[in-house]
Design a protein around this ligand. Structure first.
Ligand SMILES: Cc1cc2nc3c(=O)[nH]c(=O)nc-3n(C[C@H](O)[C@H](O)[C@H](O)COP(=O)(O)O)c2cc1C
Length: 165
């Protein structure tokens, strides 16, 4: 089970989240970093077989060499690294739950995110994160403040200006 207060908070965040590819370079405040760090070891048994690491630097190097189908991702302060333990049969699902929980929590704090599973430098990640024998990096996400806030979903047209992911 996921704690009820978290489940409610993340459900609300779904409606305002959008993928952010352009960040303004501002540092994520310490209290927000601490809040996200509390989730990295998992928030429920559904996350068994997955772990997350928050990198405080290296986002530019890890993401910026790649153009990808949607263009480059620039200016993020932090990087979320999502790691699967391949010996767990459901590690891909676990990484999905863990990653989306952290991403929706970041949204609820007013931070932007973007799932990236292919166009990043695995070598640059592995230079910063020590992996176990059967662990593999499965995805990353920049975390930071969006350069331009944008309304999404049911927030669109309410004059809120979005900005929550
Ligand atoms: C599981 C997953 C993996 C993705 N991997 C990448 C990737 O490797 N590179 C990339 O540029 N975008 C990737 N994307 C796309 C972006 O996260 C995002 O969807 C895209 O910028 C379009 O934004 P939108 O989904 O809000 O329309 C991925 C999306 C998902 C859901």
């Amino acid at each position: 089970m996921i704690r009820e207060d978290l489940a409610y908070r993340w459900y609300q965040a779904i409606f305002s989240r959008y993928s952010v590819r352009a960040y303004d370079g501002r540092a994520v405040p310490r209290d927000m970093r601490d809040e996200l760090a509390q989730l990295t070891d998992g928030f429920s048994p559904m996350c068994n077989g997955a772990r997350a690491v928050l990198l405080e630097d290296g986002a530019e190097e890890i993401l910026c060499g790649f153009l990808g189908a949607f263009g480059r991702i620039r200016g993020a302060d932090m990087l979320l690294v999502l790691i699967g333990e391949a010996s767990y049969p459901n590690h891909e699902v676990a990484v999905g739950f863990l990653g989306e929980g952290i991403i929706l929590h970041a949204t609820s704090l007013g931070l932007g995110t973007c799932w990236v599973s292919g166009t990043y430098s695995r070598r640059a990640v592995e230079a910063r994160v020590k992996l176990g024998d059967s662990e593999k990096v499965m995805a990353v996400s920049p975390i930071g403040f969006a350069k331009r806030a944008q309304a999404r979903g049911r927030d669109r047209g309410r004059g809120k200006g979005g900005g929550s992911s």
